[in-house]
Every structure is written in structure tokens, then in C-alpha cells.
Design a protein around this ligand. Structure first.
Ligand code: FAD
Ligand code: ZN
Length: 483
């Protein structure tokens, strides 16, 4: 397959001023607390977590209500002013990075409108921080299961717009599965009130799914009805050394069966990840005494404490040990130990930046093909760059591998990053051959636009463009992202 160039852009875009008088009119809508026009003060909305992009914008607006968002969008639409919606700005594909457009940031819309424990739902503003929603649900003995490394700063509107995955997808699904209704400001400023708390509603196209994973290209999500679950009272977890990569599949399958599908996490971790985590984070532990090539962090959820699920997990791991699938395992005997396991999982992500340049792939294949994929992608990368250090890890229970490639030890950052297209292309060819997806959870943004053109089926691309034209004929919503 031939690929268009997709190298991340490091150059800031130029900024054209807004039409005369417009800034004042926007200011009148959002008030002094809702406008940032000073270039230095805009910095938090212009930086990008990976340093791949540099945002540029004439204005950041921070409306405080759906009505204000609608008024801003109406005015912008009338003057053909393009908008980049922004949540917590933690996205990993440059989707929220303005390239000269006005930024509309949702952070001031952070109200939990209602928690309904009987309906098992929660109605929230789009700018709520994910971690705050987890706390609000838990206060009513309910679980909002979405969980990811950026949960302390990403917003639910961003999670919905990227259809975020995270570490609990195995049991609860992606963000798409956690949403019952949406409130959206359309590109012309009309408000779509789809805030329904219905589990059954077969009345035509399910429009919320256009905006979930829509990356802000079809409108601005301002509110959502989210699904809640019983709050688990116990989370038995184990850190397991696998006999090999193939054994990960057998263990996953066995643990799902043994726990009655109460398995909520199954994270694959290679040895290099533990070494890097410990090198760059003094608090990260190595849970097992000996060194092994592959590990799995597994976790299940029980409705009641002391209900025996911990024993079930331990027994299943004992049998796997006898059968040679597992070679060693540490059971979390305390909440503190369980957290230490997950801390290691987070530390391995954060260790990649201080270790030098890293080329990222967030891909998925059918679960059964994960070992095959990792072997073939590793070979493809090492064939092109023998000194590179592949670091495949991730949510293997969902077939999702973050096939990151760390630069050679002592290598040059820029020289390595210059090979981004070549190495991600090599990985994506393997993904395509195995019937997988080149972007499993992070989306398209600005980083993977060329990949979308290369790998998406032309009929699907046509339908996507038709939807974009129908809802946003002037192309004012997040231009440059996705399509
Ligand atoms: P932003 O980055 O602000 O925006 C993301 C996209 O959504 C942009 O296109 C933006 O225009 C659009 N958008 C934002 N808000 C709205 C809105 N209200 N209406 C319309 N469009 C909007 N992602 C995963 O899926 N799984 C992970 O496990 C995971 N782990 C991460 C770990 C770390 C340490 C980091 C830094 C990121 C991780 N991510 C992960 C990526 C990121 O956190 C998610 O994509 C998250 O959902 C983005 O939310 P945000 O509020 O930061 O959105
Ligand atoms: Zn992930």
C-alpha cells in the first residue's frame, strides 16, 4: 500500500486576526472570565502534550453554559469563523491543536447536573473532569467505569469526542458504550437536546454516535447522560509473569471463564517497560523477584468484599502455574499493593518521554492475533532500524496494543523522529494484513489524517464526507482534523 506523508508538523501556523469588532461581540457573550485574548495567557490551550505540534489561535473562548456556547457558535457561523473545540487538551493525535482557528474550551462547564442512582445514570456538563465524575458516581455507591492515565485532566466531552478507551474496556466497553444521551451545539448554533436516559430507543438513526468519536468535527458536545454501574467492593488483582507471549491469550481466556467474566483489566507489559518505569520513577516497584520477558496485570471486580472472587482468581492462576502458562505471580494482598501495580502501569507510560524520542502506534487487531502482530511488527521495525527498542504494551484484553518504539540508546531525538512515517508505516502494514485498525483508541486528529485516507475503505470515507458536508457544509468545525 502506498502512504501519503504523515510526519507531525512542528511549525506553528500563522494567525489571521478575526474580523473587526468580533472579539468584542464574543466578549459580550462570555463575559470577562470567558475570554483569553492575550497570546501569553493562551499558552495552556496551545501546548500539546507530546510536543509534536504547536497550537496557534487568535482567541480562546471559555463559555460557561450551553446557551453561551450556542450564541458563540451562531455568531462564528454568521461570520464564517472556524472553531477548534477543546476539552482537557490531553489528546494524543493533535485533534485539539488550533492551527490559526479560534479555540472554544469547555473547562468552565463543569457541573454534574444530576446523579440518578435508580436509573443508574448521571447527567453532566461536557467540561467535567473525568476523575471528578468517578468521585461523583462513587458518592452515590455507583461506578462510572471509564478510566485512563489522563483522568485527572481530560474532560468527559473530550472522552466522548474521542470515544476514549482506557483500562476498563474489557468489562464496560469504550466511552461509546457508556453514553445514553447527548446535548450538542450544531455548527450553525442550534442546540440538539438529546439528553435522554433511555436504554431502548429505536426511533431512527442513533445520532449521538455521530458525535461520539466525531473529534469535534460535527459540533460541540455540551452535555451527556452517562451510564453507571454498581460500585465494586473488591478488586482482586495480580501481577503475572507469562511463560511467553502466546500464553497471554490462554490466560486471558481462562480468567474470563473462571471469574464469570468479571475480569475488568488485562494489561500486557514487556520487560523493557518495567526497566524504564523503574529508571525514571523511583517509586515504581518490580513486583516479581526474577526477570521475565512478558507480564500481565490482571484485575477482576466483585460486587461484595470477601465474596470469594479473590480466591477464584488465585486458584485460576495456581492452575495456570501448574500448566506452565504462568511462571510466577504476585497477588495484591492489599489495596496499597493493588495501587502499586497500577502505578507501575502508569509509570511505564510516563517513562517514555524522559527516555528520549518515541514513535507511537495505537493499534488493534482481533485478540487472537495479538501475539502474531507483536512478533511481526517487532521484526518489521528491527529490520529497518536494528537499534530501535520496540515497547509494545497495552489493553490486550481488547486487542489494543500501544506499539511504541523507543529510540536507540544514546541516539539522536530528531533523527529518530524523522523516521516516524517509515516506522509507523511498517507497523500499520502488519496491522492491515491482520485485519486490524491503525488507530484503536486515540482517534485521527491531525496526526493520522493521511493514514485515514490510506487505510479506510473508500466507501466508508465517502459516507464520512457526506455526513460532514450535511452537518457542517462550511467546514467550520475543527477544520484540518480527521477529514
Ligand atoms: P482534548 O484533547 O481537549 O480533545 C480531543 C478531541 O476532542 C479534539 O479533536 C477536540 O476538538 C475534541 N473535543 C474535546 N472536547 C469536545 C467537546 N466538548 N465537543 C466536541 N469536541 C470536543 N486515550 C484513550 O483512549 N485511552 C487511554 O488509555 C489513554 N491514556 C492516556 C494517558 C495519558 C497520560 C494521556 C496524556 C492521554 C491518554 N489518552 C488515552 C488520550 C486522551 O486522554 C483521550 O483522548 C481523552 O479522551 C481526551 O480528552 P480531552 O478532554 O483531553 O480532549
Ligand atoms: Zn491506552
Amino acid at each position: 500500500m502506498t502512504r501519503a506523508m504523515a510526519t507531525p508538523s512542528l511549525r506553528p501556523a500563522s494567525v489571521a486576526p478575526l474580523p473587526p469588532g468580533l472579539v468584542e461581540r464574543f466578549a459580550a457573550i462570555v463575559g470577562p472570565a470567558g475570554i483569553v485574548a492575550d497570546p501569553a495567557a493562551m499558552e495552556p490551550w496551545l501546548i500539546e502534550s507530546r510536543g509534536l505540534y504547536r497550537g496557534a489561535s487568535p482567541l480562546v473562548l471559555r463559555p460557561a453554559s450551553t446557551a453561551e456556547v450556542a450564541e458563540v457558535v451562531r455568531l462564528a457561523h454568521a461570520h464564517r469563523v472556524a472553531i477548534v473545540p477543546q476539552g482537557g487538551n490531553t489528546g494524543l493525535v493533535g485533534g485539539a491543536v488550533a492551527q490559526g482557528q479560534m479555540i472554544l474550551a469547555l473547562g468552565r462547564m463543569n457541573r454534574v447536573r444530576a446523579v440518578d442512582p435508580v436509573d443508574y445514570t448521571m447527567t453532566v456538563d461536557a467540561g467535567c473532569i473525568l476523575a471528578d465524575l468517578q468521585v461523583a458516581a462513587a458518592a452515590q455507591d455507583r461506578l462510572f467505569p471509564l478510566s485512563l492515565g489522563a483522568e485527572g485532566s481530560c474532560q468527559i466531552g473530550g472522552n466522548l469526542s474521542t470515544n476514549a478507551g482506557g483500562t476498563q474496556v474489557l468489562r464496560y466497553g469504550n466511552t461509546r458504550e457508556l453514553c445514553l444521551g447527548l446535548e450538542v451545539v450544531l455548527p450553525d448554533g442550534r442546540v440538539w437536546d438529546g439528553l435522554r436516559a433511555l436504554r431502548k430507543n429505536n426511533t431512527g438513526y442513533d445520532l449521538k454516535h455521530l458525535f461520539i468519536g466525531g473529534e469535534g468535527t460535527l459540533g460541540i458536545i455540551t452535555g451527556a447522560v452517562l451510564r453507571l454501574f454498581p460500585l465494586p467492593k473488591e478488586r482482586p488483582a495480580a501481577f503475572v509473569a507469562l511463560a511467553g507471549l502466546d500464553e497471554a491469550l490462554e490466560l486471558l481466556s481462562r480468567l474470563r471463564r473462571a471469574t464469570g467474566d468479571a475480569l475488568s483489566g488485562f494489561e500486557l507489559i514487556p520487560r523493557l517497560a518495567i526497566d524504564l518505569a523503574r529508571k525514571h520513577n523511583p517509586v515504581a516497584i518490580d513486583p516479581l523477584a526474577a526477570r521475565h520477558d512478558w507480564y500481565a496485570l490482571v484485575e477482576a471486580e466483585a460486587a461484595e468484599a470477601g465474596g470469594g472472587l479473590g480466591g477464584v482468581l488465585e486458584a485460576a492462576l495456581g492452575t495456570a502455574l501448574e500448566d506452565g502458562i504462568v511462571v510466577d505471580a504476585a497477588i495484591a494482598q492489599s489495596e496499597q499493593k493493588r495501587r502499586a501495580f497500577w502505578h507501575l502501569r502508569e509509570a511505564l507510560v510516563l517513562a517514555q518521554a524522559p527516555e528520549g524520542a518515541s514513535i507511537k502506534n495505537d493499534v488493534s487487531v482481533p485478540v487472537s492475533r495479538v501475539p502474531d502482530f507483536i512478533r511481526r511488527a517487532t521484526a518489521a521495525v528491527l529490520e529497518r532500524c536494528p537499534e530501535a527498542r520496540p515497547l509494545p504494551f497495552g489493553h490486550v484484553g481488547d486487542g489494543n496494543v500501544h506499539f511504541n518504539i523507543q529510540q536507540p540508546v544514546g541516539g539522536d531525538d530528531a533523527a529518530f523522529l524523522a523516521r516516524w512515517d517509515e516506522l509507523t508505516g511498517a507497523v500499520n502494514e502488519v496491522v492491515a494484513a491482520l485485519g486490524g485498525s491503525f488507530s484503536a483508541e486515540h482517534g485521527i486528529g491531525r496526526l493520522k489524517v493521511a493514514d485515514l485516507r490510506t487505510y479506510k475503505n473508500p466507501v466508508e470515507l465517502d459516507m464520512m464526507r457526506a455526513i460532514k458536508r450535511a452537518l457542517d457544509p462550511d467546514g467550520l468545525m475543527n477544520p484540518g482534523a480527521m477529514l
